[in-house]
Design a protein around this ligand. Structure first.
Ligand code: GLN
Length: 478
Protein backbone atom coordinates (compact mmCIF):
# COMPACT_ATOMS: atom_id res chain seq x y z
CA UNK A 1 0.00 0.00 0.00
CA UNK A 2 1.27 3.48 -0.89
CA UNK A 3 1.11 6.22 1.74
CA UNK A 4 -1.16 8.39 -0.42
CA UNK A 5 -3.82 5.68 -0.14
CA UNK A 6 -4.17 6.12 3.62
CA UNK A 7 -7.32 7.69 4.89
CA UNK A 8 -6.97 10.58 7.33
CA UNK A 9 -7.30 8.60 10.53
CA UNK A 10 -4.68 6.04 9.46
CA UNK A 11 -2.34 8.78 8.22
CA UNK A 12 -2.60 10.54 11.61
CA UNK A 13 -1.98 7.26 13.47
CA UNK A 14 0.93 6.26 11.21
CA UNK A 15 2.66 9.60 11.72
CA UNK A 16 2.06 9.51 15.47
CA UNK A 17 3.45 5.97 15.76
CA UNK A 18 6.41 6.95 13.55
CA UNK A 19 5.65 4.26 10.97
CA UNK A 20 6.60 6.86 8.37
CA UNK A 21 7.55 10.53 8.38
CA UNK A 22 5.58 13.59 7.32
CA UNK A 23 8.00 14.11 4.45
CA UNK A 24 7.43 10.54 3.20
CA UNK A 25 3.68 11.14 3.27
CA UNK A 26 4.14 14.46 1.49
CA UNK A 27 6.35 12.87 -1.18
CA UNK A 28 3.84 10.07 -1.79
CA UNK A 29 0.93 12.50 -2.22
CA UNK A 30 3.02 14.75 -4.44
CA UNK A 31 4.07 11.81 -6.64
CA UNK A 32 0.42 10.76 -6.92
CA UNK A 33 -0.53 14.29 -7.97
CA UNK A 34 2.33 14.40 -10.49
CA UNK A 35 1.23 11.18 -12.11
CA UNK A 36 -2.53 11.93 -12.31
CA UNK A 37 -2.85 15.67 -12.67
CA UNK A 38 -2.30 15.71 -16.42
CA UNK A 39 -5.55 13.76 -16.75
CA UNK A 40 -7.60 15.05 -13.81
CA UNK A 41 -6.72 18.75 -13.76
CA UNK A 42 -7.93 19.42 -10.23
CA UNK A 43 -5.50 22.24 -9.42
CA UNK A 44 -5.57 25.93 -10.22
CA UNK A 45 -2.42 26.67 -8.17
CA UNK A 46 0.01 24.11 -6.75
CA UNK A 47 1.95 24.99 -3.61
CA UNK A 48 3.78 21.67 -3.25
CA UNK A 49 7.00 22.42 -5.10
CA UNK A 50 8.70 22.35 -1.70
CA UNK A 51 7.02 21.12 1.48
CA UNK A 52 5.35 24.00 3.30
CA UNK A 53 6.53 24.29 6.89
CA UNK A 54 4.26 22.60 9.41
CA UNK A 55 2.87 25.29 11.74
CA UNK A 56 2.29 22.88 14.62
CA UNK A 57 4.28 19.64 14.70
CA UNK A 58 2.28 18.40 17.69
CA UNK A 59 -1.15 19.37 16.26
CA UNK A 60 -3.90 16.88 15.41
CA UNK A 61 -3.24 17.27 11.67
CA UNK A 62 0.54 17.65 11.87
CA UNK A 63 2.01 16.84 8.46
CA UNK A 64 -1.31 15.95 6.80
CA UNK A 65 -1.53 17.22 3.20
CA UNK A 66 -4.70 18.96 2.05
CA UNK A 67 -6.12 21.16 -0.70
CA UNK A 68 -8.63 24.00 -0.58
CA UNK A 69 -11.29 25.15 -2.98
CA UNK A 70 -9.99 28.30 -4.62
CA UNK A 71 -12.63 30.52 -3.04
CA UNK A 72 -11.01 30.12 0.39
CA UNK A 73 -8.54 32.89 1.08
CA UNK A 74 -4.95 31.88 1.70
CA UNK A 75 -2.54 34.56 2.88
CA UNK A 76 0.01 35.36 0.19
CA UNK A 77 -1.18 32.53 -2.08
CA UNK A 78 -3.10 33.30 -5.26
CA UNK A 79 -6.87 32.92 -4.77
CA UNK A 80 -8.98 33.14 -7.92
CA UNK A 81 -12.51 31.77 -7.32
CA UNK A 82 -11.81 30.30 -10.81
CA UNK A 83 -12.40 33.74 -12.30
CA UNK A 84 -10.22 35.96 -14.44
CA UNK A 85 -11.45 39.00 -12.55
CA UNK A 86 -9.34 38.26 -9.48
CA UNK A 87 -6.20 38.12 -11.62
CA UNK A 88 -3.16 37.29 -9.50
CA UNK A 89 -4.80 38.42 -6.25
CA UNK A 90 -3.01 37.18 -3.14
CA UNK A 91 -5.19 37.70 -0.08
CA UNK A 92 -3.62 39.49 2.88
CA UNK A 93 -5.33 37.07 5.30
CA UNK A 94 -6.34 33.43 5.76
CA UNK A 95 -9.90 32.14 5.82
CA UNK A 96 -10.63 31.09 9.40
CA UNK A 97 -11.35 27.48 8.39
CA UNK A 98 -7.92 27.27 6.74
CA UNK A 99 -6.27 29.05 9.65
CA UNK A 100 -7.70 26.39 11.99
CA UNK A 101 -6.39 23.57 9.79
CA UNK A 102 -3.00 25.22 9.51
CA UNK A 103 -2.79 25.73 13.26
CA UNK A 104 -3.53 22.01 13.66
CA UNK A 105 -0.51 21.31 11.43
CA UNK A 106 -2.06 20.64 7.99
CA UNK A 107 0.10 21.19 4.89
CA UNK A 108 -1.34 22.92 1.83
CA UNK A 109 -0.67 21.17 -1.50
CA UNK A 110 -2.58 23.80 -3.47
CA UNK A 111 -5.81 25.53 -4.46
CA UNK A 112 -8.28 23.55 -6.50
CA UNK A 113 -10.73 24.10 -9.30
CA UNK A 114 -14.37 25.09 -9.05
CA UNK A 115 -17.14 26.72 -11.04
CA UNK A 116 -16.45 30.45 -11.23
CA UNK A 117 -17.58 32.08 -7.97
CA UNK A 118 -19.15 28.69 -7.09
CA UNK A 119 -21.90 29.14 -9.69
CA UNK A 120 -22.59 25.84 -11.37
CA UNK A 121 -22.68 22.10 -10.84
CA UNK A 122 -20.12 20.68 -13.27
CA UNK A 123 -16.82 22.46 -12.51
CA UNK A 124 -16.98 23.39 -16.19
CA UNK A 125 -17.70 27.10 -15.57
CA UNK A 126 -14.06 27.73 -14.65
CA UNK A 127 -11.72 30.23 -16.29
CA UNK A 128 -9.06 27.51 -15.86
CA UNK A 129 -10.80 24.77 -17.85
CA UNK A 130 -12.71 21.73 -16.61
CA UNK A 131 -11.69 19.15 -13.99
CA UNK A 132 -12.19 15.48 -14.89
CA UNK A 133 -13.91 12.88 -12.73
CA UNK A 134 -11.21 10.51 -11.41
CA UNK A 135 -13.61 7.55 -11.73
CA UNK A 136 -14.14 8.16 -15.45
CA UNK A 137 -12.16 10.99 -16.94
CA UNK A 138 -14.66 11.54 -19.74
CA UNK A 139 -17.17 12.71 -17.11
CA UNK A 140 -17.65 15.78 -14.94
CA UNK A 141 -16.63 15.64 -11.26
CA UNK A 142 -19.66 17.75 -10.32
CA UNK A 143 -19.53 21.21 -8.90
CA UNK A 144 -18.99 23.69 -7.85
CA UNK A 145 -16.35 22.15 -5.52
CA UNK A 146 -15.29 19.68 -8.25
CA UNK A 147 -11.55 20.06 -7.63
CA UNK A 148 -11.91 19.39 -3.88
CA UNK A 149 -13.90 16.19 -4.51
CA UNK A 150 -11.65 14.98 -7.36
CA UNK A 151 -8.47 15.53 -5.30
CA UNK A 152 -9.75 13.33 -2.46
CA UNK A 153 -11.19 10.73 -4.80
CA UNK A 154 -7.95 10.43 -6.82
CA UNK A 155 -5.84 10.02 -3.66
CA UNK A 156 -4.03 13.36 -3.88
CA UNK A 157 -4.87 14.17 -0.26
CA UNK A 158 -6.89 12.43 2.48
CA UNK A 159 -9.24 15.38 2.93
CA UNK A 160 -10.11 18.78 1.48
CA UNK A 161 -12.43 21.71 2.01
CA UNK A 162 -15.12 23.06 -0.28
CA UNK A 163 -18.15 25.28 0.04
CA UNK A 164 -21.84 24.56 -0.46
CA UNK A 165 -24.39 27.25 -1.38
CA UNK A 166 -26.95 24.97 -3.01
CA UNK A 167 -25.24 21.58 -3.22
CA UNK A 168 -21.63 22.30 -4.12
CA UNK A 169 -20.14 19.93 -1.54
CA UNK A 170 -22.74 17.17 -1.63
CA UNK A 171 -23.12 16.84 -5.40
CA UNK A 172 -19.41 16.56 -6.33
CA UNK A 173 -18.88 14.24 -3.33
CA UNK A 174 -21.50 11.91 -4.75
CA UNK A 175 -20.20 12.19 -8.34
CA UNK A 176 -16.61 11.43 -7.27
CA UNK A 177 -17.40 8.73 -4.68
CA UNK A 178 -16.29 10.42 -1.46
CA UNK A 179 -18.12 11.70 1.62
CA UNK A 180 -19.03 15.36 1.96
CA UNK A 181 -20.74 17.31 4.71
CA UNK A 182 -22.59 20.57 4.28
CA UNK A 183 -22.67 21.71 7.92
CA UNK A 184 -25.51 23.60 9.61
CA UNK A 185 -25.39 27.28 8.63
CA UNK A 186 -23.32 28.97 11.34
CA UNK A 187 -21.37 25.86 12.33
CA UNK A 188 -18.20 26.84 10.42
CA UNK A 189 -16.94 30.41 10.07
CA UNK A 190 -17.34 31.88 6.59
CA UNK A 191 -14.66 34.50 7.21
CA UNK A 192 -12.35 34.49 4.21
CA UNK A 193 -14.73 32.52 1.99
CA UNK A 194 -15.30 34.51 -1.20
CA UNK A 195 -19.02 35.17 -1.01
CA UNK A 196 -21.57 33.93 -3.52
CA UNK A 197 -24.88 33.96 -1.59
CA UNK A 198 -23.93 34.89 1.95
CA UNK A 199 -27.12 33.63 3.60
CA UNK A 200 -26.66 30.24 1.92
CA UNK A 201 -22.86 29.68 1.77
CA UNK A 202 -21.24 27.22 4.13
CA UNK A 203 -17.75 25.66 4.22
CA UNK A 204 -17.42 21.90 4.74
CA UNK A 205 -15.09 18.90 4.38
CA UNK A 206 -14.59 16.04 1.88
CA UNK A 207 -12.93 12.75 2.90
CA UNK A 208 -12.83 9.04 2.04
CA UNK A 209 -14.41 7.90 5.33
CA UNK A 210 -17.16 9.40 7.48
CA UNK A 211 -14.95 9.28 10.56
CA UNK A 212 -12.46 11.51 8.74
CA UNK A 213 -15.21 14.10 8.29
CA UNK A 214 -15.68 14.04 12.07
CA UNK A 215 -11.99 14.75 12.60
CA UNK A 216 -12.08 17.76 10.27
CA UNK A 217 -15.32 19.11 11.73
CA UNK A 218 -13.77 18.98 15.19
CA UNK A 219 -11.03 21.30 13.88
CA UNK A 220 -13.00 23.78 11.74
CA UNK A 221 -16.31 24.20 13.61
CA UNK A 222 -16.97 26.82 16.25
CA UNK A 223 -17.61 30.47 16.85
CA UNK A 224 -15.44 33.07 15.12
CA UNK A 225 -15.65 36.74 16.11
CA UNK A 226 -14.85 37.57 12.46
CA UNK A 227 -18.13 35.99 11.26
CA UNK A 228 -21.21 37.28 13.05
CA UNK A 229 -23.30 34.49 11.52
CA UNK A 230 -21.17 31.82 13.20
CA UNK A 231 -22.91 30.59 16.31
CA UNK A 232 -21.86 31.05 19.88
CA UNK A 233 -22.90 28.67 22.63
CA UNK A 234 -22.87 25.64 20.39
CA UNK A 235 -19.99 23.57 21.62
CA UNK A 236 -20.01 20.53 19.42
CA UNK A 237 -18.75 17.09 20.04
CA UNK A 238 -17.68 15.47 16.80
CA UNK A 239 -16.09 12.42 18.39
CA UNK A 240 -17.15 9.03 17.11
CA UNK A 241 -19.89 7.50 19.26
CA UNK A 242 -19.70 3.74 19.09
CA UNK A 243 -22.93 3.34 21.06
CA UNK A 244 -24.86 5.47 18.56
CA UNK A 245 -27.86 3.49 17.37
CA UNK A 246 -30.66 3.96 14.87
CA UNK A 247 -33.05 1.80 16.87
CA UNK A 248 -36.43 3.52 16.98
CA UNK A 249 -35.19 6.57 15.05
CA UNK A 250 -37.38 7.72 12.21
CA UNK A 251 -36.01 8.27 8.73
CA UNK A 252 -38.43 9.85 6.28
CA UNK A 253 -38.73 9.79 2.52
CA UNK A 254 -40.26 12.87 0.91
CA UNK A 255 -43.69 12.08 -0.49
CA UNK A 256 -43.57 14.64 -3.31
CA UNK A 257 -40.18 13.40 -4.53
CA UNK A 258 -41.48 9.87 -5.15
CA UNK A 259 -43.11 11.03 -8.39
CA UNK A 260 -39.83 12.32 -9.86
CA UNK A 261 -37.73 10.04 -12.02
CA UNK A 262 -34.28 8.91 -10.96
CA UNK A 263 -31.54 7.06 -12.85
CA UNK A 264 -31.95 3.35 -12.07
CA UNK A 265 -28.75 3.03 -9.97
CA UNK A 266 -29.89 5.91 -7.76
CA UNK A 267 -33.34 4.40 -7.25
CA UNK A 268 -31.65 1.07 -6.42
CA UNK A 269 -29.34 2.81 -3.93
CA UNK A 270 -32.39 4.34 -2.24
CA UNK A 271 -34.00 0.88 -1.86
CA UNK A 272 -30.75 -0.68 -0.60
CA UNK A 273 -30.15 2.08 1.96
CA UNK A 274 -33.72 1.96 3.15
CA UNK A 275 -33.34 -1.76 3.84
CA UNK A 276 -30.09 -1.19 5.80
CA UNK A 277 -31.76 1.49 7.91
CA UNK A 278 -34.65 -0.88 8.66
CA UNK A 279 -32.24 -3.68 9.58
CA UNK A 280 -30.58 -1.24 11.99
CA UNK A 281 -33.93 -0.70 13.69
CA UNK A 282 -34.88 2.63 12.11
CA UNK A 283 -38.52 3.31 11.26
CA UNK A 284 -39.04 4.43 7.66
CA UNK A 285 -41.76 7.05 7.38
CA UNK A 286 -42.97 9.59 4.87
CA UNK A 287 -43.17 13.35 5.18
CA UNK A 288 -44.73 15.89 2.90
CA UNK A 289 -42.80 18.95 1.66
CA UNK A 290 -45.11 20.50 -0.94
CA UNK A 291 -43.63 24.02 -0.89
CA UNK A 292 -40.10 22.66 -1.17
CA UNK A 293 -41.01 20.40 -4.10
CA UNK A 294 -42.79 23.12 -6.00
CA UNK A 295 -40.98 26.39 -5.21
CA UNK A 296 -37.51 25.70 -3.76
CA UNK A 297 -35.63 25.88 -7.07
CA UNK A 298 -37.15 29.22 -8.11
CA UNK A 299 -36.81 30.60 -4.57
CA UNK A 300 -33.16 29.56 -4.30
CA UNK A 301 -32.11 30.98 -7.65
CA UNK A 302 -33.93 34.26 -7.01
CA UNK A 303 -32.14 34.66 -3.68
CA UNK A 304 -28.76 33.31 -4.79
CA UNK A 305 -28.66 35.60 -7.83
CA UNK A 306 -29.83 38.62 -5.80
CA UNK A 307 -27.15 38.06 -3.19
CA UNK A 308 -24.53 37.33 -5.86
CA UNK A 309 -25.21 40.58 -7.66
CA UNK A 310 -24.56 42.48 -4.42
CA UNK A 311 -21.53 40.42 -3.44
CA UNK A 312 -19.90 40.69 -6.87
CA UNK A 313 -20.29 44.46 -7.05
CA UNK A 314 -16.86 44.82 -5.40
CA UNK A 315 -15.03 43.44 -8.45
CA UNK A 316 -14.70 46.71 -10.29
CA UNK A 317 -11.02 46.77 -11.26
CA UNK A 318 -10.25 49.38 -8.59
CA UNK A 319 -10.11 47.56 -5.30
CA UNK A 320 -9.13 44.01 -6.21
CA UNK A 321 -7.53 41.86 -8.86
CA UNK A 322 -7.59 42.38 -12.60
CA UNK A 323 -7.67 45.91 -14.00
CA UNK A 324 -7.12 47.85 -17.26
CA UNK A 325 -5.04 50.98 -17.43
CA UNK A 326 -5.92 52.61 -20.73
CA UNK A 327 -9.71 53.11 -20.47
CA UNK A 328 -10.85 56.65 -21.40
CA UNK A 329 -13.04 56.99 -18.29
CA UNK A 330 -14.13 55.19 -15.13
CA UNK A 331 -17.34 53.80 -16.69
CA UNK A 332 -15.42 52.37 -19.63
CA UNK A 333 -12.94 50.88 -17.21
CA UNK A 334 -15.66 49.09 -15.21
CA UNK A 335 -17.16 47.87 -18.45
CA UNK A 336 -13.89 46.51 -19.80
CA UNK A 337 -12.84 44.91 -16.52
CA UNK A 338 -16.17 43.21 -15.97
CA UNK A 339 -16.74 42.21 -19.61
CA UNK A 340 -13.37 40.46 -19.73
CA UNK A 341 -13.16 39.36 -16.11
CA UNK A 342 -16.46 37.52 -15.60
CA UNK A 343 -17.53 34.37 -17.44
CA UNK A 344 -20.94 34.12 -19.10
CA UNK A 345 -22.77 32.26 -16.30
CA UNK A 346 -21.59 34.79 -13.72
CA UNK A 347 -22.64 37.68 -15.97
CA UNK A 348 -26.07 36.15 -16.53
CA UNK A 349 -26.60 35.78 -12.79
CA UNK A 350 -25.42 39.30 -11.97
CA UNK A 351 -27.83 40.70 -14.55
CA UNK A 352 -30.69 38.52 -13.28
CA UNK A 353 -29.91 39.51 -9.67
CA UNK A 354 -29.90 43.18 -10.64
CA UNK A 355 -33.37 42.80 -12.19
CA UNK A 356 -34.75 40.81 -9.26
CA UNK A 357 -33.74 43.47 -6.73
CA UNK A 358 -34.42 46.56 -8.83
CA UNK A 359 -36.66 48.89 -6.73
CA UNK A 360 -39.83 48.55 -8.84
CA UNK A 361 -39.59 44.73 -8.95
CA UNK A 362 -38.04 43.98 -5.59
CA UNK A 363 -41.35 43.26 -3.77
CA UNK A 364 -42.56 40.97 -6.49
CA UNK A 365 -39.36 38.89 -6.76
CA UNK A 366 -36.68 39.26 -4.08
CA UNK A 367 -39.00 39.99 -1.17
CA UNK A 368 -41.43 37.31 -2.34
CA UNK A 369 -38.56 34.80 -2.45
CA UNK A 370 -37.56 35.65 1.12
CA UNK A 371 -41.14 34.91 2.20
CA UNK A 372 -41.17 31.60 0.37
CA UNK A 373 -37.88 30.80 2.07
CA UNK A 374 -39.57 31.28 5.45
CA UNK A 375 -42.34 28.89 4.40
CA UNK A 376 -39.72 26.35 3.35
CA UNK A 377 -37.90 26.63 6.68
CA UNK A 378 -41.23 26.20 8.50
CA UNK A 379 -42.05 23.17 6.38
CA UNK A 380 -38.78 21.54 7.47
CA UNK A 381 -39.36 22.47 11.12
CA UNK A 382 -42.73 20.76 10.95
CA UNK A 383 -41.24 17.73 9.19
CA UNK A 384 -38.53 17.38 11.84
CA UNK A 385 -41.28 17.15 14.43
CA UNK A 386 -42.25 13.90 12.68
CA UNK A 387 -38.85 12.43 11.85
CA UNK A 388 -35.21 12.52 12.93
CA UNK A 389 -33.71 12.33 9.43
CA UNK A 390 -34.69 12.61 5.79
CA UNK A 391 -33.20 10.28 3.17
CA UNK A 392 -33.12 11.51 -0.40
CA UNK A 393 -31.03 11.50 -3.57
CA UNK A 394 -28.32 14.09 -4.17
CA UNK A 395 -29.08 14.34 -7.88
CA UNK A 396 -31.55 12.61 -10.21
CA UNK A 397 -28.73 11.35 -12.49
CA UNK A 398 -25.15 10.13 -12.49
CA UNK A 399 -22.42 12.48 -13.77
CA UNK A 400 -22.67 13.49 -17.41
CA UNK A 401 -19.91 13.71 -20.04
CA UNK A 402 -17.60 16.71 -20.13
CA UNK A 403 -18.48 19.08 -22.95
CA UNK A 404 -21.87 17.54 -23.62
CA UNK A 405 -23.84 20.08 -25.62
CA UNK A 406 -24.82 22.72 -23.09
CA UNK A 407 -28.24 21.79 -21.79
CA UNK A 408 -30.57 24.68 -21.23
CA UNK A 409 -29.67 26.46 -18.02
CA UNK A 410 -33.05 25.95 -16.39
CA UNK A 411 -32.70 22.17 -16.63
CA UNK A 412 -29.29 22.42 -14.94
CA UNK A 413 -30.85 24.49 -12.19
CA UNK A 414 -33.64 21.97 -11.69
CA UNK A 415 -31.19 19.14 -11.02
CA UNK A 416 -30.28 20.99 -7.80
CA UNK A 417 -33.76 20.33 -6.39
CA UNK A 418 -32.52 17.73 -3.89
CA UNK A 419 -29.67 19.80 -2.50
CA UNK A 420 -30.64 23.47 -2.43
CA UNK A 421 -33.60 23.30 0.00
CA UNK A 422 -31.09 22.32 2.70
CA UNK A 423 -29.29 25.65 2.25
CA UNK A 424 -32.54 27.63 2.20
CA UNK A 425 -33.35 26.21 5.64
CA UNK A 426 -29.76 26.29 7.00
CA UNK A 427 -29.77 22.52 7.61
CA UNK A 428 -26.88 20.06 7.60
CA UNK A 429 -26.67 17.48 4.79
CA UNK A 430 -24.38 14.46 4.47
CA UNK A 431 -23.56 13.07 1.03
CA UNK A 432 -22.55 9.41 1.43
CA UNK A 433 -21.23 6.70 -0.84
CA UNK A 434 -23.52 3.69 -1.52
CA UNK A 435 -21.56 1.66 -4.09
CA UNK A 436 -20.70 1.69 -7.80
CA UNK A 437 -22.76 1.44 -10.97
CA UNK A 438 -20.04 0.21 -13.35
CA UNK A 439 -17.17 2.65 -12.87
CA UNK A 440 -19.35 5.42 -11.47
CA UNK A 441 -20.00 5.92 -7.76
CA UNK A 442 -23.55 6.45 -6.53
CA UNK A 443 -24.16 8.77 -3.60
CA UNK A 444 -27.21 9.61 -1.50
CA UNK A 445 -28.02 12.26 1.04
CA UNK A 446 -29.12 12.29 4.64
CA UNK A 447 -30.54 15.50 6.09
CA UNK A 448 -31.24 16.41 9.70
CA UNK A 449 -32.52 19.40 11.67
CA UNK A 450 -30.20 22.30 12.46
CA UNK A 451 -27.28 21.30 14.73
CA UNK A 452 -27.76 17.57 14.10
CA UNK A 453 -24.43 17.39 12.20
CA UNK A 454 -22.85 15.07 14.73
CA UNK A 455 -25.80 12.63 14.62
CA UNK A 456 -25.73 12.69 10.82
CA UNK A 457 -22.08 11.69 10.85
CA UNK A 458 -22.64 8.91 13.37
CA UNK A 459 -25.47 7.62 11.16
CA UNK A 460 -23.08 7.88 8.22
CA UNK A 461 -20.62 5.62 10.03
CA UNK A 462 -23.30 2.94 10.39
CA UNK A 463 -24.19 3.27 6.70
CA UNK A 464 -20.53 3.10 5.67
CA UNK A 465 -20.15 -0.13 7.63
CA UNK A 466 -22.91 -1.73 5.53
CA UNK A 467 -22.35 -0.04 2.18
CA UNK A 468 -18.55 -0.20 2.12
CA UNK A 469 -15.91 2.49 1.86
CA UNK A 470 -15.08 3.96 -1.56
CA UNK A 471 -11.85 3.01 -3.30
CA UNK A 472 -9.33 5.55 -4.56
CA UNK A 473 -10.43 6.26 -8.12
CA UNK A 474 -8.11 5.34 -10.92
CA UNK A 475 -10.19 6.09 -13.99
CA UNK A 476 -7.26 8.10 -15.30
CA UNK A 477 -5.07 4.96 -15.09
CA UNK A 478 -2.29 6.95 -13.53
N1 GLN B 1 -25.53 24.63 -8.49
C1 GLN B 1 -25.92 25.63 -7.54
C2 GLN B 1 -25.67 27.01 -8.09
O1 GLN B 1 -25.14 27.11 -9.13
C3 GLN B 1 -25.19 25.46 -6.23
C4 GLN B 1 -23.80 25.95 -6.27
C5 GLN B 1 -23.15 25.95 -4.94
O2 GLN B 1 -23.56 25.26 -4.00
N2 GLN B 1 -22.13 26.79 -4.83
O3 GLN B 1 -26.01 27.99 -7.51
Amino acid sequence: MELYELNLRDAIAGLRDKKFSASELFDSCKARIDSCEGKIHAFITRTDSTPQPCANPSGLLAGIPTVLKDNLCTRGIRTTAASKILGEWRPPYDATAWKSLKEAGAILMGKVNMDEFAMGNTCGNSAFGPTHNPNDISRVPGGSSGGSAAAVSAGYVPFSLGSDTGGSIRQPASFCGVYGLKPTYGMVSRYGLISYGSSLDQIGPFARTVEDLQVIMSVISGHDPMDSSSFRDRPHDFSRKDDFSLKGKRVALVKEFQDFTLDAPIAEAMAKTRKILEDEGAIITEISLPVVARYAVACYYALAMSEAHTNLERYDGVRLGYTVKDAPGIKEMFERVRSYGFGSEVKARIIAGTCLTEPTRCEEYYVAATKVRTLIAQEFTRAFGETEFILQPVTPSLPGKIGEPEEDAMKGYETDLYTLPVNLAGLPGLSFFTGYAGSLPVGLQLIGPRWSDSDLLNTGIILERHLGTPKIANGGEC
